[in-house]
Design a protein around this ligand. Structure first.
Ligand code: KG4
Ligand code: ZN
Length: 342
């Protein structure tokens, strides 16, 4: 019998403020996962500065790719395809990864597979759950997106609900800035919330009329700002931990409620979470309990695979590659790429 060929994908991710490269074998096995974070740089400005992000990607990308190959103990000669995030994201940041991927694909005559960033986040769940296969539902919660997605098959997605305004991660970052925690806000609120009382302040849980699976987080964010202004006017100190705990609870409650509505409506017995906010301990616990109550299997990636990384892009690229997706050397960055678009 002929030995089954192994497929090794070199994946590149540069859509925001992480320069990342990874080598993934047969779609599920991460041989290396190298991430160069720019957080310290952007902290000074309270958020990601797009031009600084692009410049840093240019500076770091070759070293990060070399490190990913070294860590995986493979050379470029042993790579079967190049996977790269080509949208959505910051255009200047995406262009660095896309140009790099095209240069390697051209020089080494390798197939090029462009990947949707959100498809990458969803695919992060395949890394540590070998039994997970479509169909399943996935809540994608990141700095730029809040989507409830039905993963019908590998590479086939239906968006069941999404945010009408701020993404969940964006709300975490803005609230963190308002209460003086700085950037990046999500992990800081997560930590502080453990010390606060989630019932201390009643923040709103928004529902969108006629679209029960959609989200809206601008109201809860404004409500936190109003609470702070009221404290300032009354010249009383606000309790950072109570605000963090009450805000996080308000966001988590809505995310869990809508997710469980979707599970019921679409009669799914598998539910996954993905994206940076999926690293949130409050969300993970609440979702685990809600899924257990409904007898639904719950999947979540380790925190390192929740936030931006290239391993998840390698996994998504593998399934796209196996389905025959190939991009030409005219591949461009698409900052507002829609999920399911080619
Ligand atoms: O997926 P990601 O790394 O980048 C995007 O694709 O946007 O997500 C980053 C977002 C940020 O808004 C960050 O504050 C949030 O994920 N985040 C968290 C946590 N870790 C990261 N939010 C809440 N709790 C966390 N532990
Ligand atoms: Zn992301």
């Amino acid at each position: 019998m002929r030995e089954k060929k192994e497929i090794r994908i070199l994946a590149i991710e540069s859509s925001c403020d992480e320069t990342a490269a990874a080598v993934v074998r047969n779609g599920r096995e991460v041989l290396s996962n190298v991430i160069s974070s720019q957080i310290e740089l952007h902290k000074l400005y309270g958020g990601v500065v797009p031009e600084i992000a692009s410049r840093k990607h240019v500076e770091k990308i070759n070293q990060v790719i070399q490190a990913a190959l070294d860590e995986a103990h493979v050379s470029l000669q042993e790579i079967d395809a190049i996977g790269v995030t080509y949208g959505p994201g910051l255009v200047g940041a995406l262009l660095v990864g896309v140009a790099e991927a095209k240069a390697i694909a051209y020089a080494k005559k390798l197939p090029l597979v462009g990947v949707h960033h959100i498809e990458g986040h969803i695919s992060a769940n395949y890394i540590e759950h070998s039994e997970l296969e479509p169909p399943f539902l996935c809540l994608v919660v990141s700095g730029g997106h809040t989507h409830l997605v039905c993963v019908k098959e590998y590479g086939k997605y239906e968006i069941l609900g999404k945010t009408r305004d701020d993404a969940a991660g964006e709300a975490f970052d803005k609230v963190a800035r308002a209460i003086g925690l700085g950037y990046p806000g999500g992990p800081k609120i997560d930590r502080l919330a453990k010390k606060g009382n989630p019932q201390a302040i009643s923040f709103p849980r928004a529902h969108v009329a006629d679209a029960p699976l959609d989200f809206s987080f601008s109201g809860v964010k404004s409500s936190v700002l109003n609470h702070i202004n009221a404290c300032k006017m009354k010249q009383v100190a606000w309790d950072q931990a109570d605000i963090a705990a009450s805000f996080q609870k308000a966001v988590v409650d809505v995310l869990v409620e809508h997710s469980m509505q979707a599970v019921e409506k679409y009669k799914m017995d598998r539910f996954a979470i993905a994206g940076g906010v999926a690293a949130n301990s409050g969300l993970r616990e609440a979702m685990k309990a809600a899924c257990a109550k409904k007898g639904v299997a719950f999947y979540y990636p380790s925190p390192i695979f929740c936030t931006d990384n290239a391993a998840m892009i390698g996994v998504a690229a593998y399934y796209e590659y196996m389905a025959g997706t190939r991009h030409g050397l005219d591949l461009n960055a698409v900052p507002n790429l829609k999920l399911g678009e080619r």
